[in-house]
Write a protein that binds this ligand. Structure first.
Ligand SMILES: [Zn+2]
Length: 356
């Protein structure tokens, strides 16, 4: 742990390192899903290391978030353009509607909390013995308050201790796990009904990401663009009737509904829902069949939502129209092949898949 106050300039090396990587990746044409994986793995690994050594200044944390946010949404290391979803939402746990990207600020708190826990448990090391002798003496650590003349870093430790106690973290447990503390600090209990279907492993990562944006209503559909003053045209280019909203595209539009009902028929799935939220809720909660069938239904809906959005873009920008028939055939082929590699399946399910 650093004994002195860390200055934002000290962390320049960290942000420089991140920017250098991102400059290298920016030249590649990565999808949102690809960028998400990189943000998750590499950027968070670099920052987690620093988080465990220093209490990072707010300015540094904001710098790290700025780089991650710009890369995720715009594929570059610096951007002031709008993000489709706020960073705090992206960082929420998956069960609560986020993508589970690490929240650096909370991770830093949980990581530094390990030293607060070590003081509470009087761990046998020089630093812990020193703070007990110099500062705490015979007082209780839980109720301890620093005096005005205490050092900056010590006051900060006491503040972190109070924050952890306020969040009801047990400082006298036998073991301290940064991950567990982080999880209890980030979970608020506000669960969503759709995470398992939307982030279903049977769907491709790019389809999962698009589904996540659609279910949150964050795609730049024509009704949203017009509300933002970026377009005056609001009609759906797939059916030429009706306003292009999320509800319309997924799946009340005659074009997308036709694809959906043909795919549902193909899988012998008898739900009549054509609203994305209701459909996802039905697959995740009300459908009582095998796990594999549920995964297949979820994968087909994700593949279709992705293809509808792609078809809409292709139509809008290139005036290129693809038929419902080829979309249905392509999804049948891709999903049927992919589902066989997702996990173990019963012989009954295998027979059913083979017959599709
Ligand atoms: Zn339409």
């Amino acid at each position: 742990m650093s004994p002195k106050q860390i200055h934002p300039n000290d962390c320049e090396k960290l942000t420089d390192k991140m920017c250098a990587r991102i400059k290298m990746w920016s030249s590649r044409n990565l999808s949102y899903a690809g960028r998400l994986q990189l943000v998750n793995s590499v950027l968070m690994t670099i920052s987690s290391y620093w988080c465990q050594i220093f209490v990072l200044p707010r300015k540094v944390i904001q710098g790290i978030i700025g780089v991650c946010r710009a890369f995720l949404w715009h594929g570059t290391y610096s951007s002031h353009k709008m993000s489709l979803v706020a960073w705090d939402e992206v960082c929420k746990p998956k069960q609560e509607g986020g993508l589970g990207i690490r929240n650096i600020h909370i991770w830093n708190l949980a990581a530094v909390g390990k030293h607060v826990w070590a003081i509470a448990n009087k761990e046998d090391n020089l630093w812990v013995r020193w703070v007990h002798t110099i500062y705490i003496r015979d007082q209780s650590w839980v109720g301890y308050r620093p005096t005005q003349i205490c050092s900056w870093i010590w006051k900060l430790f006491c503040k972190i201790k109070d924050d952890l106690l306020e969040k009801q973290i047990d400082l006298h447990s036998n073991k301290y796990s940064i991950k567990q503390v982080y999880d209890s600090l980030t979970h608020t209990g506000g669960k969503v009904h759709w995470d398992k279907v939307v982030l279903n492993r049977a769907a491709l990562p790019k389809q999962q990401f698009l589904m996540w944006l659609s279910i949150r209503g964050r795609l730049l559909t024509r009704d949203r663009l017009s509300r933002l003053g970026m377009s005056t045209e609001t009609s759906c280019c797939l059916c030429q009737s009706g306003e292009e909203t999320h509800l319309h595209l997924f799946f009340q539009c005659s074009f997308s509904r036709e694809c959906l009902s043909r795919l549902m028929q193909w899988m012998d799935c008898r739900t009549q829902h054509n609203d994305l939220h209701q459909l996802v809720n039905w697959i995740g909660r009300n459908y009582k069949g095998s796990r594999l069938r549920r995964q297949l239904y979820g994968a087909v809906v994700s593949a279709l939502a992705y293809r509808i959005w792609q078809t809409r873009n292709d139509m809008l920008w290139n005036q290129n129209r693809i038929s419902a028939d080829s979309i249905v055939r392509e999804i049948q082929y891709v999903v049927k092949n992919r589902i066989q590699f997702v996990g173990r399946m019963s012989s009954l399910d295998k027979e059913w898949i083979d017959a599709l």
